[in-house]
Design a protein around this ligand. Structure first.
Ligand code: SF4
Length: 388
């Protein structure tokens, strides 16, 4: 993406998918549903002169409605769902002696790296799909059923901070869990900003609107997915509940926040030590993996139980689809926006999202059920590089 500004002959240009969304909106046969990722809401305002980190969730929903989208959902809802599925997988491995550490898999750049360069660690990977892919699968099943709309008449779009997400939607046959392509198109934050401007919408004077039900409501845990350490913190908030069935008194885990490339923490819960690690930026990821691999090859106990990985420095708030000129100052401001959104949320733990409780009751049964696996989990494969 950023190459377009630097390529001397203009041969590299940014792929623009805005027309695909507009064509779908103009097609009277199609019902267009859009989801927005956590990190979009703290960055898109920069395209309209706002400070980095300003939360504009309500205005994004309003802008999409003005553009003509039929249903507005939030990827933060399925971030909550990811915590339920991944958390259950983690507790299962921890209590039944499965492969540890469990490593997060919601970043498609990291999945691609792992499938090419460290396929020996596939067993460590969480099988939970990314929130975007979970949301897509549910849009064309759960939501389609509820609204009685045939799934082939639903066009599902996602606004993401990330260019890799454009590849993720066709990564594996599991991305067609509904029987259709679960997410039809990905637009980056920059593409949405452009679309809003081209549509003549005055973003700053839009009212704050809400998302649509039932897969639009989210908790503070869902929103912090956009910052490095956020998935870990969200998982810690719910992990205790998944193990014991009761609530833990602690909500915030400052020890997993911050910008150091690799962060580790020991968390003591009910006399048990839980060792966690977070890496962001591919070079840091490689170092952390080598440490884990070495322990494994020497037959030692894994150095960590749970590991969060993001390819971008700072996490998705600084993804390749975000507004340009991302410095560390901008990263920190966007991260502060994410935690402010969490802080002001009435509900801050994924398992307490009433719509999450409802979707299990009505549709998915329990976390990790057969149905959940069919729609919300995936497989990985070694993709050897072509070498002569
Ligand atoms: Fe995309 Fe970067 Fe987030 Fe990975 S960390 S999902 S590459 S924005």
């Amino acid at each position: 993406g950023q190459c377009s500004a630097h390529c001397p002959v203009g041969a590299i240009y940014e792929r623009d998918d805005t027309k695909k969304l507009l064509d779908a909106i103009l097609d009277p046969e199609l019902h267009v549903a859009v989801q927005i990722a956590p990190a979009v809401r703290v960055a898109i305002g920069e395209a309209f002169g706002l400070e980095p980190g300003t939360i504009t969730t309500g205005k994004i929903y309003a802008a999409l409605r003005r553009i003509g989208v039929d249903a507005i959902f939030d990827t933060n809802f399925s971030a909550d769902l990811t915590i339920m599925e991944e958390g259950t997988e983690f507790v299962d491995r921890l209590t039944k002696g499965g492969v540890l550490p469990l490593i997060t898999s919601c970043c498609p750049s990291w999945v691609d790296y792992m499938e090419k360069y460290c396929a020996d660690m596939i067993p460590n990977f969480s099988t939970a799909k990314s929130p975007m892919m979970m949301q897509g699968a549910l849009t064309k099943t759960y939501y389609a059923d509820k609204k009685e709309i045939p799934k082939e008449k639903i066009f599902s779009a996602a606004i993401m901070p990330c260019t890799s997400k454009k590849f993720e939607i066709v990564r594996h046959k599991d991305m067609y869990a509904s029987g259709q392509q679960d997410v039809d198109v990905v637009l980056t934050t920059r593409e949405l900003a452009r679309l809003i401007k081209q549509s003549g919408i005055d973003f700053l004077s839009l009212p704050d609107e809400g998302a649509d039900s039932p897969i639009g409501a989210y908790t503070g845990a869902g929103t912090i997915f956009g910052a490095t350490g956020g998935v870990m913190e969200a998982a810690l908030r719910t992990g205790y509940f998944l193990v014991t069935g009761s609530e833990y008194e602690k909500i915030t885990f400052e020890e997993v926040r911050g910008m150091d490339g690799i962060r580790t923490a020991s968390i003591h819960i009910d006399g048990k030590e839980l060792r966690v690690a977070i890496a962001h930026g591919v070079a840091n990821v490689r170092d952390l993996l080598n440490e884990i691999r070495q322990a494994r090859d020497e037959g030692k106990e894994p150095p960590y139980h749970f590991v969060e990985v993001m390819a971008c420095r700072g996490g998705c708030i600084a993804g390749g689809g975000q507004p340009y000129n991302t410095t560390d100052e901008v990263r920190n401001a966007r991260i502060a926006g994410m935690y402010a959104d969490d802080q002001q949320s009435e509900i801050r733990c994924s398992h307490k999202n009433p719509f999450i409780e409802e979707i299990y009751k009505e549709f998915l049964e329990t976390p990790g059920s057969g149905k959940a696996h069919e729609l919300l989990h995936t497989h990985y494969q070694h993709r050897p590089l072509y070498t002569k």
